[in-house]
Design a protein around this ligand. Sequence first.
Ligand code: SF4
Length: 419
Amino acid sequence: METLALFGMEMAELTERMAALGQKPYRARQVFEALYRQRVATLEEITTLPVALREDLKAQGFVVGLPEIVQTAKSVDGTERYLVRLDDGETVETVWMPGGDGGERGDGSEAAIEEEGEDGDPTDAVEIRTHVSAPSKNKYGGSSPSAQNDNLKEGDGYKRATICISSQVGCAVNCQFCLTAKLGIRRNLTSGEIAGQVAAVLNRQRVRIGSGRGVETPSRINLVFMGMGEPFLNYDAFMGSVHVLRAMGIPESRMTVSTSGIEPSIRRFAEEPVRPKLALSLNASNDVVRESIMPVTRKWNIAMLLDAVRSIPLGKREYVTFEYVLLGGVNDQPEHAREVLALLSGMKAKVNLIVWNPGPGIDFKQPAPEDVAVFHRMLIDGEIPTFTRRPRGRDIFAACGQLKRTVEPGLVEISRAAV
Ligand code: SF4
């Protein structure tokens, strides 16, 4: 019998499903509460429903349908990378970064302000600082390196963490520096499968969210749609997952979606009444370089993308993030920094510089530390808030652009840990 996952259904659909079983709307609310507030994993755990109704649901093929973590690897920096199995046996990767990944800094959001307030430093140059002659400051001020793990309270839940989630099995966009691209696209995830990764990880980490009974130290969880896949090529499921995640108690202001630049979806996104923050994966300062590393540029060039981004009505404190993976000798020279400044001039933009993380079978060089420092400094001097992201989980291939399903033989080897 075909199974039907309840996780991912919004209230309207649950109400319809319950009505089809002859049940009143309050039963849908009970299921909703159990799925998204209590994050139950099985029908048996929905104890607010009578046993007979649970049996009925089971007989109709309903399951909770949370994805399952089947393999995990833990980095020395606390980052955990999970292989998550979906109902049909396909797998994606999800990454847990205790202490956050610093990606929110400087974007003006509530999460950023809290993060900056806690650490006293929005420049987020933890690893890079070892190479940079002087820590950069920008208009947000601050100078001491952040102690990202200081606020963890093991055994008592996490105060702050970021989860990086996947939206597709593989990816069709074919960015030349990315391991996921090697898979090609296998399928889209459903909204339940996208949000379900978060539920599975929160359950594993025993994270409490919200202010329900018994919750003394609610955790602050930030989400980044930056795992495997291009969320804007799976737009409806992505936006559906945003609604589910909000039902789980995570506000959209704590979510950031990253796109390689799917122009029509950026325009749709601009119209959404409720939406996460946007990050555009720019990665080049002109179309020639961008086309060579991101073939998607042939369809939508930089000018088209920036035009679409400008159509987003930004909140008072909101910035658009431009992600820029620095590839040695390709896009990391002073002339590139000057072009980036010209492109972003007059925009409410911040830049996250990401030092490219090597991956097997990918033929790029890491940028020289001094080139990273000069690039960073030039953008700051041009008054663009700029942050050099510290790589997380590089030793377990969980850093940016390194996500590749570990079940694929030969490319990535990680140690298996007990799940
Ligand atoms: S960087 Fe993102 S959009 Fe580009 S191939 Fe990788 S997963 Fe796809």
